[in-house]
Design a protein around this ligand. Sequence first.
Ligand code: TXA
Ligand code: MG
Length: 326
Amino acid sequence: MEQTVKIMITKIIRSDPVDEAVSLLKKGEVVAVPTETVYGLAADAKNDLAVKKIFNVKNRPSDHPLIVHIEKADSAVEWADSIPAAFYKLAANFWPGPLTVILPKRNSVSDIITGGLDTVALRVPNHPTTLKIIEKIGNGIVAPSANAHKKTSPTKPEHVLRSLEGKICAVIDGGMCAIGLESTIIDLTQKTPRILRFGAITADMIEKVLGTNVESPASHKDRVSGNMKIHYQPNKPLFLVSISELEEVLQKNSKVAVIHYSDVSKVNYTYYYKMSENKDEYARDLYNALHLVDGYDIAEIFVEKPPLLPEWSDVNDRLIKASFKE
Ligand code: TXA
Ligand code: MG
């Protein structure tokens, strides 16, 4: 029997987006919204059917929990139980901003959001449009990055369309994301706070605020991006190489794209994307560079290994996963 395929036109909403986004979300639709880190695929956090749609649209396993985006730190009590003092210190210093906090969940929080865990992830994003949407809808919104599972996250509306066009009804255009990589995730449910995903808020910054030691284990068993080996991947295979390996590649391959920050010798038919040597600028531009070169007529993407310094941990984490081969 033939199957009917529902084709949806994905609209980019550029002007007065708040009311339209809120009305779509209230109807149970999923909508891509801007944040300062990456674009998120939002659903009303109190509507289980809408939350389920996110998993279908992204092709995301149901045990991969979602972050609840709230309007302000005070709203945390609606979602979390036994909130420690450390939470309020972090919220006062870093919210709205690129920090997600894991807390014990309240019983009322849907298992669909938490993937059956007894904890919940909370964040106040720093984007005026999305903050207004959250305020107007009254509930929190759940929002994973607005990309197909395991693919490169979006920092511009057109990046969202690359993997979700025809599958969602709208993208709210909020410009290019200012930070460019996903939020830092910190787990406050253990005795010692623990970073589960590297991001713009570093362990050092958190330690200064809390006055305690923060763990950032290289590997852990929690169900966060940090423990998926394959993630953030473009469609074309990506290889992470040193500058000397890159020079060798350039002598042999012509139909490749090269993303680099050092000066490199150029050959014909190769696409180059020059990154900044400044870490924040590099982070802001990385997914943009990956989406752009991935769309070129090339076979492979070569990325020069960024510096192995603690402040580059988030960039290195994303690139290692983007280059991982099974
Ligand atoms: O910057 C961000 O955090 C973006 C923007 C849109 O806010 N969102 C984002 O969502 O990166 P997502 O779903 O792509 O990544 C969230 C990560 C997932 O790897 C998930 O496993 C983890 O957060 N997570 C969610 N709830 C958790 C929980 N209760 N315990 C541990 N990890 C959790
Ligand atoms: Mg993601």
